[in-house]
Design a protein around this ligand. Structure first.
Ligand SMILES: [Zn+2]
Length: 100
């Protein structure tokens, strides 16, 4: 496996993982519970990380690039059902699947 992405937060890591799963790429989030020690170790070690299988790595990079391009667009929508924010480009809440 290879590390694809160092996430800023757990939510961030799972957003990326969901995108990869939708593209039929199996992805794993590691380190998701290590935020409590952030500050004691370098951020790229402490933060959640998204890993993919070697053979999926190149395709996963493409999915990640699309994801980051979308996220760079302004605006986010707050889900009326669960209160989570999703990028404005999403039709459905990433967390609960509610319509935005
Ligand atoms: Zn929701």
């Amino acid at each position: 496996m290879k590390r694809l992405y160092n996430a800023h937060s757990r939510v961030d890591a799972f957003l990326v993982r969901d995108r990869l799963l939708h593209a039929n790429i199996e992805a794993h989030v590691f380190n998701q519970h290590m935020a409590s020690i952030a500050g004691d170790v370098p951020p790229d070690v402490a933060g959640p990380q998204v890993w993919v299988d070697d053979e999926d790595y190149v395709r996963a990079q493409g999915v990640l690039a699309d994801f980051e391009a979308e996220r760079a667009r302004p605006g986010s929508l707050r889900c009326a059902r669960c209160g989570e924010e999703s990028p404005a480009t999403f039709d459905l809440c990433w967390k609960c699947g509610g319509s935005l």
